[in-house]
Design a protein around this ligand. Structure first.
Ligand code: HEM
Ligand code: HEM
Length: 147
């Protein structure tokens, strides 16, 4: 963390961006394999071999990502809020991540098929939009600070 707490240190930034990149890639590649690379067997289509470890990786990295988001609360989010910089966009990003997390949780635990399908669709759409949301937040935050 830099002295003013709002901008991240180089190390913090590397942790955040590499974790988010791995989270995105594990989810996105799993989805591509599920959709276009099912293996045909005599019992019908079967998941690609890599899907199993990709989803294990995804679940594990999701937990690390939540820790990293937590590390932003005491300085980054607090300082941004106090300085009245990027408040709306930051709140939107938090709400967006909350929905992503909630839909991921429902994928684990949803009992009914219809809830699971809704969670699945929501999680996939939100997941693919995450990089754009983060980029928008950073651009809008830097602009707010410059003004
Ligand atoms: C904070 C962010 C995220 C959290 C907490 C999260 C969490 C989860 C969890 C708990 C699962 C269920 C794992 C299982 O069924 O074993 C899951 C599945 C999945 N996630 Fe994420 N995820 C996040 C971000 C993303 C992103 C960025 C993508 C990008 C495309 C993504 C795509 C997927 C896909 C495709 C699945 C498999 C869906 C299925 O089982 O049908 N997720 N995620
Ligand atoms: C209400 C909540 C939030 C506020 C008010 C806020 C505010 C800001 C501001 C003002 C900047 C520009 C800093 C600069 O001048 O470089 C910024 C950048 C950034 N924000 Fe946020 N933010 C919030 C939540 C979040 C969340 C939840 C995340 C992560 C998931 C996040 C990740 C980032 C990152 C990675 C940058 C770029 C920082 C850098 O490269 O040093 N922020 N934010």
């Amino acid at each position: 963390m830099r002295p003013d707490g709002l901008r991240l240190s180089a190390r913090h930034r590397v942790w955040l961006h590499s974790t988010f990149a791995l989270l995105f890639l594990s989810g996105a590649v799993w989805w591509v394999l599920q959709r276009w690379f099912q293996v045909e067997t005599e019992f019908g289509p079967h998941p690609h071999r890599a899907q199993r470890w990709l989803i294990l990786l995804h679940g594990a990295v999701a937990m690390v990502a939540l820790i990293i988001i937590g590390t932003l609360i005491p300085l980054h989010i607090k300082r941004g809020w106090q300085a009245r910089l990027n408040r709306l966009n930051g709140t939107l990003l938090i709400a967006f991540i909350a929905l992503l997390t909630l839909s991921g949780y429902a994928l684990y635990y949803a009992g009914s098929d219809s809830l699971r399908n809704t969670a699945n669709d929501a999680h996939t759409v939100l997941g693919f939009a995450l990089p754009a949301m983060l980029l928008w937040h950073i651009i809008s935050g830097r602009r707010a600070r410059r003004h």
